[in-house]
Design a protein around this ligand. Structure first.
Ligand code: N7H
Length: 490
């Protein structure tokens, strides 16, 4: 049978979101579970069968009863009702799928090019301006870093339950002969990230049942219709590559309901961040104001659209209800170069008419699933850090950045390459993204009437320490791939 004969994706199967058929991470970020650890494993040669049995034995959490979180707290309440104290999800790198015994011709025909190359490859390093030779772990042997095959993501409501789950998992992994390459421990999930800003507020809305949906499900769920009106991941719909035409079997049953997970360990120089903004200000309140201009929101999460001179009372239900076109065309509230305005320009007309701007945005969204790490109880507030940057503890803090998307190049890589690293974004000069932009000169231009202000020479505040591209298979794909653990994967 040729691939052309077997690839049939009916319109019915691509229109609705079947959360129960997906791993829970697609439906929610487990915000109700404050404790999490991501275990990274390598599969030594000859351990293919044991590794498959290990994956088959994992109690994977699906996304049933947890539709997309529309507002902070909303999905959490629903999830609490289900009383699931621990959640577990699993994802594999391309090399991981091969190490688990997947047929290389099928794997090559099934998965997208960026995923197959890997974040640690020269291709991706050049594109993102990364230095994978300094990574602690990655997904491509060329990086020189330890290659990760498997990520097991564990979330728990209590620390004790997390520890007990990890204990059992580690014993099973040891029996299977897997090497634990890294353990990404996030201390406690706070709404605030290490710089002291509320995070995890804005997310794309993609459920066709949501009247306010601003993009298509296929931007995050493979096998669904994407914002181009094509079936995400389907080579027939998206344009075939030669090796796919020769594909021995239909790749869609493996892809459908899955997603690509981008994971990056982003170390944050919190002291450096607040020292810099304090050095540009005459008083701590001004330092907080300038840092907020860099982020595009106040520390509480309040957007400049609602409060343009000082932080306001946090009102999460309205945090995401704003655009830039009607009230902030000139960037006088949220600067053009601010992190959030670049990462999601919303309705802002810098590149064409309104319809084309909305379409442009719909095609460049990511579903963020990261967790901050190194945040300790009793931490200093943003104002305290701006007042006493020298008292900020020097222990490691950062973000285990995670995002889901179906087209890594058009979504995650586009955001980092074309919007964050672009020093000429929206007509600016020498101004990459102030938080994550990589460029030899890092200025921040703050639009102001009558004269704009330019902060010069921002140090690098965020360092990429490790990372990889993973595939998050659907529940049926996990059963299909790992159900019969001593058969070759197909
Ligand atoms: Fe960003 N930060 O904590 O300061 N981010 N981010 N991010 N980010 C956002 O709206 C931060 C990073 C996006 O729809 C907020 O949830 C830090 C990468 C997107 O309005 C804050 C790091 C990428 C949005 C931060 C970091 C993105 C967003 C505001 C690195 C993608 C939503 C809170 C250590 C390549 C924008 C919120 C929207 C928001 C921070 C990384 C993307 C506070 C510190 C690598 C799409």
């Amino acid at each position: 049978m040729t691939a052309a004969e077997t690839t049939q994706t009916s319109p019915e199967s691509t229109s609705a979101i079947d959360y129960g058929a997906q791993q829970g991470l697609l439906a929610r970020g487990y915000g109700e579970k404050p404790h999490a650890t991501f275990l990274m494993y390598a599969i030594p040669g000859g351990r293919e069968k044991e590794a498959r049995a290990f994956v088959a034995s994992l109690p994977i959490t699906d996304g049933a009863d947890a539709p997309q979180v529309a507002r902070p707290g909303e999905g959490d309440r629903r999830a609490r009702r289900r009383h699931q104290p621990v959640a577990m999800n699993v994802a594999m790198t391309y090399r991981g799928l091969l190490a688990l015994g997947m047929d290389e011709a099928l794997a090559s025909a099934t998965f997208s090019e960026p995923f197959r190359a890997g974040m640690g490859s020269p291709r991706t390093a050049e594109l993102l301006r990364d230095a994978p030779s300094t990574f602690a772990w990655s997904d491509a042997p060329s990086s020189g870093a330890t290659v990760v095959h498997l990520a097991v993501l564990v979330y728990s409501d209590t620390f004790a339950r997390l520890e007990a789950t990890l204990h059992g998992l580690r014993a099973d992994a040891k029996r299977a002969g897997l090497d634990e390459v890294a353990s990404l421990d996030d201390s406690t999930l706070e709404l605030e990230e290490p710089f002291g800003f509320a995070d995890g507020i804005a997310q794309p809305r993609f459920d066709p049942a949501d009247p306010q949906a601003d993009t298509a499900p296929g931007e995050f769920v493979l096998g669904s219709m994407n914002a181009w009106g094509r079936v995400a991941g389907d080579w027939q719909s998206e344009g075939a590559r030669p090796e796919q035409v020769e594909a021995p079997v239909d790749p869609m049953p493996l892809l459908r309901g899955g997603s690509y997970l981008v994971l990056r360990d982003l170390r944050q120089d919190v002291q450096g961040f607040w020292r810099y903004f304090a050095s540009q200000a005459s008083k701590p309140e001004e330092a907080v104001f300038l840092a907020s201009k860099a982020v595009g929101r106040w520390p509480s999460g309040t957007p400049f659209d609602q409060q343009d001179t000082e932080d306001g009372p946090a009102n999460p239900s309205t945090w995401d209800d704003f655009g830039f076109a009607a009230r902030d065309r000139e960037g006088l509230r949220c600067p053009f170069g601010a992190h959030i305005r670049r990462m999601h320009p919303r309705d802002w007309l810098f590149a064409g008419d309104e319809a084309s701007v909305r379409a442009l945005n719909a095609r460049h969204r990511i579903l963020r699933r990261g967790r901050p790490y190194g945040i300790r109880p009793g931490r200093m507030s943003a104002l305290e850090m701006a007042t006493h940057p020298d008292r900020i503890p020097a222990h490691a803090q950062g973000l285990y950045f995670g995002c889901l998307n179906t087209d890594i190049h058009r979504q995650f890589e586009f955001l980092q390459q074309t919007w964050a690293n672009n020093a000429n974004f929206a007509g600016l000069s020498d101004s990459p993204d102030p938080l994550i932009g990589v460029h030899p000169r890092r200025d921040l231009i703050i639009q102001k009437d009558p004269v704009r202000r330019r902060l010069r020479g921002l140090p690098v505040f965020v360092h990429v320490r490790a990372g990889g591209y993973f595939f998050l298979p659907s529940m049926p794909a996990i059963r299909r791939l790992f159900g019969k653990s001593n058969e070759k994967m197909r």
